[in-house]
Design a protein around this ligand. Structure first.
Ligand code: ADP
Length: 451
């Protein structure tokens, strides 16, 4: 009946942890009991059945050794739930037996260590469902009552703990009261722990539900941002196109003052477009489940050049030159959209946070089986205390805000998420007023993991 009950604890991984913990506790118990036997025999000189106690302790050590061996062997081929359940029951019964034998031969309920059963009951209540715990408590109490009866009626021998006080069998009522106190203590402990466990599990369940609700709200919000930003992007892009047409003189000549004002309007429009693009990327990355991350073979030189070209207009205005370097044959298997998000953001930032007439280097090379991408600028740099925070959502360093009013502080958090999705890692190195370099390492081929 015990074997059929299922284990009812929160998580499977928790149970593996509990098993390991059990094994450790048993080693501690083995050391404690061995020490007690040595003290009892050689220091205090009590008259216990030492051969039996040593035998039981040796069994505990051997048993625990066998458990930990079995556990470490089976760990690699994950234990099934029913196996785990059987494993727990065998161990729990052995632990009860071990403690009972020790207690019986060292004063029975007169031994103050009999209350160590409280720990056993707590652990049992923590692991098993209520009905199984009740079975354990009833069985344990029954064994104690039977032993108490056996001792008081002379059927079983009594082994007193404090032999200098008395070696006589205690009166039946003494034994009865002690056994009763023990039984009620164990029952109450089992009840309390089971109740506390129920409450914790119920709260955990409620938190899960709240989290689910929060996740779906968050997703709805991202979808909303995605829709709105897409709607805004169209007219803004058209506006930018009209500005460019007028500025290029395609609609006829305009006075210098008008041209100057229009150029300003054009700059602000482009900033706004950048912000909208960041928001689109942000919302896009948040709706992770809906995105198709299929990887393809990508020529790094092509991807770098494509993204560098997108930024040349903005760079030219500041007389910034972007150099691209990558071996022609360097191919990485990755997702194009994610790579464009990463490089687009990093190169845009490099242009944004660099003074006029500087250089930006965008490169890729193979390094120890990985693709190492680098975006290096000669810009304002990032203060050491800001460096750790630049990947946080909405974080903008003070120096950056002084130089560039428009910005969301979302770009690098998006980049980081995209790098994670590609199974890579990102790092940044920066020196104030000398420049910043972003390093990205991507696995060369992630076919299996991505599909
Ligand atoms: P945004 O550019 O909209 O402020 P990001 O998330 O792209 O947001 O960047 C976060 C912050 O990191 C920026 O505000 C800036 O302080 C810093 N930063 C990012 N890239 C650079 C760079 N190339 N040079 C200097 N500072 C940078």
């Amino acid at each position: 009946m015990l074997g059929a009950s299922k284990i009812e604890s929160s998580e499977y991984s928790d149970l593996t942890g509990v098993l390991r913990w059990f094994i450790l506790l048993r080693w501690i118990a083995a050391v404690g009991v061995s020490a007690a036997i040595v003290v009892g025999r050689f220091v205090v000189g009590y008259d216990f059945p030492y051969a039996l106690l040593v035998g039981v302790t040796a069994l505990l050590i051997a048993g625990n050794g066998a458990y930990s061996f079995y556990f470490s062997v089976r760990k690699r081929s994950v234990l099934s739930r029913s196996e785990m359940s059987r494993f727990f029951h065998v161990q729990t019964i052995c632990d009860y037996l071990f403690l009972f034998v020790l207690i019986y031969f060292t004063g029975f309920v007169g031994n103050p260590f009999v209350y160590f059963f409280v720990f056993h009951i707590m652990l049992t209540s923590f692991i098993f469902p209520k009905r199984t715990v009740a079975t354990y408590v009833v069985a344990l109490v029954a064994v104690f009552v039977a032993a108490a009866y056996g001792i008081s009626s002379g059927i079983l021998r009594y082994y007193p703990l404090f032999q200098e006080v008395s070696t006589e069998t205690p009166a039946a009522d003494h034994l009865g009261i002690r056994t009763f106190a023990l039984a009620t203590t164990l029952t109450i402990v089992a009840y309390l722990v089971a109740n506390i466990k129920d409450r914790i599990e119920e709260r955990g369940h409620r938190v899960e539900l709240e989290l689910d609700r929060y996740r779906s709200l968050d997703k709805a919000k991202s979808n909303f941002i995605l829709q709105v930003t897409h709607e805004l992007r169209g007219p803004l892009a058209a506006l930018k196109g009209y500005h460019e047409m007028i500025l290029k003189g395609l609609t006829g000549s305009i006075p210098d003052r008008t041209s100057e004002m229009l150029a300003r309007a054009d700059r602000r429009t482009r900033n706004l477009l950048n912000i909208i693009d960041e928001m689109i990327d942000f919302a896009y990355m948040k709706s992770e489940d809906d995105i198709d991350y299929t990887p393809v073979d990508l020529s790094m030189l092509d991807v770098l050049s494509y993204n560098a070209d997108l930024c040349t207009t903005a760079a030219r205005e500041k007389d910034i030159r972007i150099y691209v370097s990558a071996p022609k044959e360097l191919v990485a298997r990755a997702n194009r959209d994610l790579l464009n998000i990463i490089l687009g953001n990093l190169i845009t930032n490099a242009v944004k946070y660099s003074p006029a007439s500087t250089r930006i280097i965008v490169s890729a090379q193979e390094e120890e089986g990985e693709v190492h991408l680098m975006v290096k600028d000669q810009g304002i740099g990032i203060d050491a205390e800001d460096l750790e925070r630049v990947f946080e959502e909405f974080y903008r360093a003070r120096r950056a805000r002084e130089i560039e009013r428009d910005g969301t502080g979302l770009g690098l958090s998006i980049v980081q998420r995209a790098v994670n999705l590609l199974g890579g890692r990102i790092g940044v190195y920066s020196e104030v007023d000398r420049g910043t370099t972003f390093h990205i390492y991507l696995p060369k081929s992630r076919t299996q993991e991505m599909e």
